[in-house]
Design a protein around this ligand. Sequence first.
Ligand code: V55
Ligand code: FE
Length: 501
Amino acid sequence: MAGHFRSAKAPTAFPKLPQYSEFMTPCRFEGEIQNLAHRGQIPDEIDGTFYRVMPDPQFPPFVDNDPWFNGDGNISAFRIRDGRCHFKQRYVRTEKFVREREVKRALIGKYRNKFTDAVEFKVRSTANTNVLYFNGRLLACKEDSPPYALDPETLETIGLETFDGQLPCVTFTAHPKLDDETKELVCFGYEAKGDGTPDVCYFSIDPSGKFTETVWLVAPVVAMIHDFAVTKNWVIFPIIPQTCDLERMKQGGEHWQWDPDVPFYVGVLPRRGASGSDVRWFRAPNAFPGHTVNAYEDDAGHIVFDLPLTDKNVFFWWPDAQGNAPKPEEIAAKLVRYKFDPRSSELDLPPYELLADADCEFPRIDDRFSGQKHTRAFFNLMDPALGSDFSTIMPRMGGGHPPYNSIGYLDYHSMEVKKYFPGRTHLVQEPVFVPRKGPDVGESDGWMILLVNNYASMISELHIVDTRDFGQPQAVIELPIRLRAGLHGNWVDSQDLQLSK
Ligand code: V55
Ligand code: FE
C-alpha cells in the first residue's frame, strides 16, 4: 500500500506550531457525557440541541504549516432539556477521515489542492465549517464539496448528501440560509464546475427536499465566496478577494492568494425565475467581507446588507503575490451597512454606513428574521477595555484562529452595544440564539448560547445568557474537556427535530 503514496513522509507527532499548541492542541475526543456539571440555572423552557463543528485534525499533516481550516470536522452536540445538558461528540466519517484511519496517517495534502495529495480522493471534504439541520438530516458542510449527512441523534455519518441526485454542481456552500417563512434552504456552490472555474450555481431546496430555482452564473474573478445573504426577492454574493489560479495549484502552491487589486464584488441575482445573465456585479474598493449579518429590502425596494468589513486580509496565512500579509493583531473588522438599489445602472456601490466601530466577527441574528428586517445583531467582539488577563490567555492560546473576548449585542434603535464578558481568562466562540417559547415572542427575546474557552482551567464551558439580562450568564455548563476553536453551529429546537426513532 505504501508504495502508492506520492509522499513517503508521515509524521507521527503534530508539528510545534501555534495551530497545534496549547488550547489548539488537537482534541480528537469522540464520545458522550450525560449530565454535564453546571453553575446557575439552565432554563426549563430550553429544549433542543446546539450543534457546532471544529476543525480537529485526526493525524499530523505531511504538508508544512497546514492551516486550522484544513482539520477534520468533529461535531459537538449539546442536548439541553429539563434543566440539564448532555454532550456528544463524533467526527464526520468523510472519505478523507475513513481512508486516513485505515492507514493511520494523513493522506490529504494542502488545503484545497488535490495536486498535493498522497492518494487520489473522490471527495476532499473535511466537513469542518458548519453544521445545520434540514429535512430530517444534519448536514456537515465544507464549501469545496457536497455536505455529509449525519444522524442528528447519534451523529453517525449517513454519507455524502447529493439530495437524491439533484445536486447540480460539485460544491455546496457552508452557509446556506433557511427562509423561516417558506422553509426553503437557499444555497449556492462556487468553483461549481471544479477547481479554478468561475462558475457559480444558485439553487433552492423546498421543505420536501425538491430542488427549485437552479441558476448557473459566472463570477468576474475566481475567488472565494464564503458566506452570502438572501432577501425576499434577491440573492447577494459577496466575493472575498482571495483568488485561485489552477497553474499555481498544479505547481504545489496555494489554492488562494490575496489580491489587493481586485475590488470587493457583490453579485446580486433575482431570487425567483432568474437566468444566469440576470446577475449584476456591484463593486466597492478592495476589502475583506466577513460573515454576513443579514440582508433585507427596505420600503423603497433597496437592499440593506450588513456585515463586518476590513481592508486587511483576514486569511493572513494566504498572503499576496509578494508574500505580504498583515499581522493577525492588525486585523479588525468593523460592522458596516451597504444600502443600494439592486436595479441601479450604477455598479459602484455607495459608501457604507458604519454601524459599530468595534473589532467584531461571527455575527448572528434571531434566525426567524433571516431575509427580513432585523433590528438586533449579536457578534464576537474583541474589546481589550473589558479587562481580559492577556498575560494568562496569550501564552496558552495557540494560534491560527481569531481571538474575541466578548459578545456584542447591538440594538439598532439606540445603536447601543451591550456586552457579555464571560471572564478575564476567557475567549468566546460563535454564539447561537434560542428564542423564548410562546406566541408573539419578540425579536431576540430569548437566550444566547456560546462555547467559551477558559485559559485558566484550559477546558471549555458552555454559557447561556438571557438577552433580557445580558450582563451575566444564566448558566455556565462546565465540560471536563477542552474543545479547540470551532467555526459555526446552529440551534435546533426539539419540536423541529424529527429524530430517527
Ligand atoms: C472559512 C472557513 C473554512 C473554509 C473557508 O471562515 C472559509 C471561513 C473552516 O474552513 O474552508
Ligand atoms: Fe463561515
